[in-house]
Each structure stands twice: as structure tokens, then as C-alpha cells.
Design a protein around this ligand. Structure first.
Ligand code: 5GP
Length: 215
């Protein structure tokens, strides 16, 4: 008796976007997800913003200047790009396409503008999640306790938060981040369910045929 040919079932990689206003806990959430799931990897964006203390070039972002950024745009080497808080951000196309082709998933920490662009280009491969803070006061507290940006920048981001949040209804899923463990579990559940979508499991028809003839 031979084993069932499970290896016939391969997966089509998906693109999972996490968006939120700054301070909703998105970065911690994505870190936790990446630590515990080796089938998904983070898309490292390029940005014209200056690195913050502790940020590493090529790991947190590729830190580039405006000339380099414009070159990437003109050469169509960015999958999406946008201006956020006065700086430019973009997703390098090649690493994403490579990862998806291997049947692996890609996680994106991008804003609503980038999410809209990905949706226009690859709606079927996109799973979008919006993270909301539990309250405005909590959002304020998290932004201030982070203290990575100067106070002027924090105030600007607070003003921006309401605008960011107005885009929540454009996302497939919305998570109110009241408790980090619960939110991580919610993201994992979404990822698992989306991976099991029939259209993402390549070779299912052949697999079922094999089951019927007793292979
Ligand atoms: P930060 O400067 O705090 O790292 O990021 C500011 C905002 O830019 C965040 O909302 C983040 O999701 C967004 N962002 C980071 N990288 C990209 C990107 O490649 N494309 C787009 N559209 N937004 C990005």
C-alpha cells in the first residue's frame, strides 16, 4: 500500500498586509507572527526617512535617498509606493515575487495607500488586516511611551491617526488590539484559514483523483 500523494498539494503563496495607525501594536504583532511561522517572511521596504535609533539598514528598512527612490520608481522596481508623514516608502518588487513563486507567504507592514495599490494589482493573492488600538487614550499613551520620535513628530502622528483609521473599512479583517496574545492568535487564525482556501491549494483535483482510484 502506497502513501497518499500529499506532496501533490502545493500552496500558492499569499500576501498578508497589516496596517494600522502608528502605536496600535502592529510592529510587535508582526514580530510575534514571524518568530513562530517559518512559511511567512517580512517584506523589507525602502524609505527616504532617516533611521531611528536601533534601526538597521536592510533589516528594518532599506534607507535610501530621494534620487535612489525615484530611480526605483522609474524602473518599475517597486510593487507599490507612497508618501507617508512626508517621507517616501516603497516595496521592492523582486523579493516579493521570488518568495511567492516558492509557495511562501509575504507579510507587509504598509499603509492604506500601498494596500490599495496591491489590491489593484493582485486582489486574489491579498489578505488585508487592519489593526485598531483599543482606545484613543491608549493610542496616545503608546505613541508617547515609545518616545522614539520627537514631540512634534508624535503630535503630527496623533493628528494623522484619525485619518489613517478612516480606512479601516477597506480591509478584509479588522482586529481591535486589546490583548497582544489574543491578537496574535487572531492573525494566526486568519493566516491558517486563508492558506486553506481552495484556490490557494494547487493540485487538489489530482489529489482527490488519486484518492478515488486508491493510489
Ligand atoms: P514608520 O516610519 O513609522 O516606520 O512607518 C510609517 C508608516 O509607513 C507606517 O504606517 C507603515 O506601515 C508605512 N510603511 C512602511 N513601509 C511602507 C511601504 O513600503 N509602503 C507603504 N505604502 N507604506 C509603508
Amino acid at each position: 500500500m502506497s502513501d497518499l500523494p500529499f506532496d501533490l498539494i502545493r500552496r500558492r503563496g499569499l500576501m498578508m498586509v497589516l496596517s494600522s495607525p502608528s502605536g496600535a501594536g502592529k510592529t510587535t504583532l508582526s514580530r510575534r507572527l514571524l518568530e513562530t511561522d517559518d512559511e511567512i517572511s517580512l517584506s523589507v521596504s525602502v524609505t527616504t526617512r532617516a533611521p531611528r535609533a536601533g534601526e538597521v539598514d536592510g533589516h528594518d528598512y532599506g534607507f535610501i535617498d530621494l534620487t535612489e527612490f525615484n530611480l526605483l520608481v522609474n524602473r518599475d522596481q517597486l510593487l507599490e509606493h507612497a508618501k507617508v508623514f512626508g517621507n517616501y516608502y516603497g516595496t521592492p518588487r523582486l523579493p516579493v515575487e521570488r518568495t511567492l513563486a516558492q509557495g511562501r507567504d509575504v507579510l507587509f507592514d504598509i499603509d492604506w495607500q500601498g494596500t490599495q495599490q496591491l489590491a489593484e494589482k493582485a486582489r486574489d493573492d491579498l489578505v488585508s488586516i487592519f489593526i485598531l488600538p483599543p482606545s484613543f487614550h491608549e493610542l496616545e499613551r503608546r505613541l508617547f511611551s515609545r518616545a522614539q520620535d520627537d514631540p512634534v513628530e508624535i503630535n503630527r502622528r496623533m493628528a494623522k491617526a484619525a485619518d489613517e483609521m478612516s480606512h479601516w473599512a477597506e480591509y478584509d479583517y479588522v482586529i481591535v488590539n486589546r490583548d497582544l496574545d489574543q491578537s496574535v492568535m487572531a492573525v494566526r487564525s486568519i493566516l491558517l484559514a486563508e492558506r486553506l482556501k481552495r484556490r490557494r491549494q494547487i493540485g487538489l483535483a489530482e489529489f482527490v483523483t488519486g484518492l478515488k482510484v486508491g493510489h
